[in-house]
Design a protein around this ligand. Structure first.
Ligand code: NDP
Ligand code: MG
Length: 385
């Protein structure tokens, strides 16, 4: 029996993880955590019977407690709650599927408690990759990628000598605005940016895909997961999202992983690694695929990808500034407080003013996050947005 804890259980990755639990009878849910969606959490508690549940919002946690008084679940709240869910004794694997840097501390706590991590929450590696990967090595804990590109690379590397890898090739769909200029993207609306051509995902990552910042975050995620230099990680646009990523070896051979765009595959692969098992769903039908195209990403019009990559090259606390600025700006865009291109302008201004810290501690990272938020408040205050 595999025992799992899911942080972010009400989200896109969380609910798809529970689909896999539903379809397999050798997997058991010990703990669930979410932000505020207690309607769905209550249903999940009744169906999956976890021992521990955490709700970030304390009022909602109190309300949920009342609603599930007839069960024997323990309800927690806040960061303490997330960490409790991440470290619950019975769990073997923690599925880290919260969105944003809030995942850093639970990730560290889970590793310290010797739990393997199925990692969807890329913001955690982007900002604290040096801390997470070092600690995981020290504690002999596995960080299993859930992000489809990183899962693809992980699958391509299976059985290979990692010393013979010359390059990682991350594929990108290009998002809904592929081929557009900055001028054309000036007035795009939230609704337009939320229409991803191939994947159905949470709102934040869908906006990140539209700006292509997501691919920049993924470069840094790959750097930490596979111990590669950013310069050896190439991005290639492959609009059909059929090839999920590739690895080039020293002899010139390229291995690729293909499949329909379905996140349940990488989630299941991470949960059962190294075992592969049946997964229901559509299969690739080559008779219906007219062609596969490749393009080089347009880093002039999609400057967010350029900036995120630069942050990855600079390292230190710069990826934290880039990521925190992006998290805050995307939230403001989703709230219709700023325009689409403002996301990248805010990111660039935040990065330009930052004095880089070379090897930031957890405290430095959290302080840099807060400083970046304060700077953006001042910036927008002046503009009276
Ligand atoms: P969603 O927005 O769909 O879900 C986020 C989840 O996190 C929800 O359960 C939400 O709870 C919970 N949450 C948010 N804030 C907190 C908090 N402070 N404490 C506890 N729980 C919280 O996001 P996705 O599932 O799309 O993405 C999750 C992560 O996975 C992101 O880092 C994303 O980049 C990554 N990822 C996602 C992919 C996808 O296909 N969706 C693909 C690859 C990576 P509530 O519902 O109550 O707000
Ligand atoms: Mg991805």
């Amino acid at each position: 029996m595999k025992n799992i804890s899911i942080l972010g259980s009400t989200g896109s990755i969380g609910t798809q993880t529970l689909d896999i639990v539903r379809d397999n009878d050798d997997i058991n849910v010990c703990a669930l955590a979410a932000g505020s969606n207690i309607d769905l959490l209550e249903k999940q508690i009744r169906e999956f019977k976890p021992k521990v549940v955490s709700v970030w919002d304390s009022d909602k946690a109190e309300e949920l407690k009342k609603r599930v008084r007839d069960t024997d679940v323990d309800i927690y709240t806040g960061m303490n709650g997330l960490i409790t869910a991440a470290t619950v004794d019975s769990a073997d694997i923690v599925v880290l599927a919260v969105v944003g840097m809030v995942g850093i501390r639970p990730a560290i706590a889970a590793i310290n408690a010797h739990k393997d991590i199925a990692l969807a929450n890329k913001e955690t590696l982007v900002t604290a990759g040096h801390i997470i990967m070092t600690l995981a090595k020290e504690k002999n804990v596995r960080i299993l990628p859930v992000d489809s590109e990183h899962s693809a690379i992980f699958q391509c590397l299976n059985g290979e000598d990692t010393k013979a890898v010359s390059k990682l090739i991350l594929t990108a769909s290009g998002g809904p605005f592929r081929g557009m200029t900055r001028e054309q993207m000036k007035n795009v609306k939230v609704e337009d940016a939320l229409k991803h051509p191939n994947w159905s995902m949470g709102r934040k990552i869908t906006i990140d895909s539209a700006t292509m910042v997501n691919k920049g975050l993924e470069i840094i995620e790959a750097k930490w997961l596979f111990d590669m230099a950013v310069e050896d990680i190439q991005v290639v646009v492959q609009p059909q999202s059929l090839i999920h990523s590739m690895v080039e070896f020293e002899d010139g051979a390229i291995m690729a992983q293909l499949g329909t765009p379905d996140m349940r595959l990488p989630i299941q692969y991470a949960l059962y690694y190294p075992e592969r098992r049946y997964l229901k769903g559509e299969r690739v039908d080559f008779s219906k695929i007219a062609s596969i195209n490749f393009e080089i990403p347009d880093m002039d019009n999609f400057r967010g990808l350029y900036l995120a990559r630069q942050a990855g090259i600079t390292g230190g606390s710069m990826p934290t500034v880039m990521n925190a600025a992006n998290e805050k700006a995307v939230a403001l865009f989703l709230d219709k407080k700023i325009g689409f291109l403002d996301i990248i302008d805010i990111m660039e201004k935040s990065m330009n003013r930052h004095v880089n810290i070379k090897n930031p501690s957890l405290e430095d990272i959290l302080q840099t996050e807060q400083d970046t938020y304060d700077y953006i408040d001042d910036l927008l205050g002046e503009r009276k947005v």
